[in-house]
Design a protein around this ligand. Structure first.
Ligand code: HEM
Length: 130
């Protein structure tokens, strides 16, 4: 039997460096959302709780600890977004800020691509207007 002795960690969570990576990514993302005319009105005044929720969600999704579900239960992202009108404009704005955050991160090329492919698909699935 072939047993690889030295392999890359197999979750993206581990490959990018764990919790720290996702908290930094989300900080970067929300620093841009804070000044976005389209998106800012959708979010609550205090952006700290949304930051924590998004970071914990991504950590769990990419193979890290399941703290998100311990605190929030099943993600049900589509359901949790129905109260926000999300059209193509909102999707583009959201993705633009996330792309900037991913590009300024220290993640490798393959991980950046995986993250952006996922975000693009997830954002499409949350469009609920028009
Ligand atoms: C398409 C554009 C999007 C818009 C306009 C949008 C907007 C919002 C808003 C206004 C909130 C409420 C903030 C809060 O109280 O936490 C929220 C929550 C959240 N969003 Fe989005 N979102 C978008 C896409 C996404 C995508 C692509 C993901 C995941 C990859 C995502 C993950 C989340 C999560 C995990 C929460 C917190 C859910 C909870 O536990 O309550 N969102 N979003």
């Amino acid at each position: 039997m072939f047993v690889p002795l030295e392999t890359e960690p197999n979750s993206l969570y581990e490959r990018v460096g764990g919790d720290e990576f996702f908290f930094a990514l989300v900080d970067h993302f929300y620093a841009r959302v804070a000044y976005d005319e389209i998106l800012r009105p959708l979010y609550p005044a205090d952006l700290e709780p949304p930051k924590r929720r998004l970071a914990l969600f991504l950590i769990q999704y990419w193979g890290g600890p399941r703290t998100y579900s311990d605190e929030r239960g099943h993600p049900r992202l589509r359901m949790r977004h129905v109260r926000f009108p999300i059209g193509q404009q909102e999707r583009e704005a959201w993705l633009q800020h996330m792309r900037a955050a991913v590009e300024s991160s220290a993640a490798g090329q393959r991980e950046r691509q995986a993250l952006m492919d996922y975000f693009a698909n997830a954002a499409s699935s949350l469009v609920n207007q028009g």
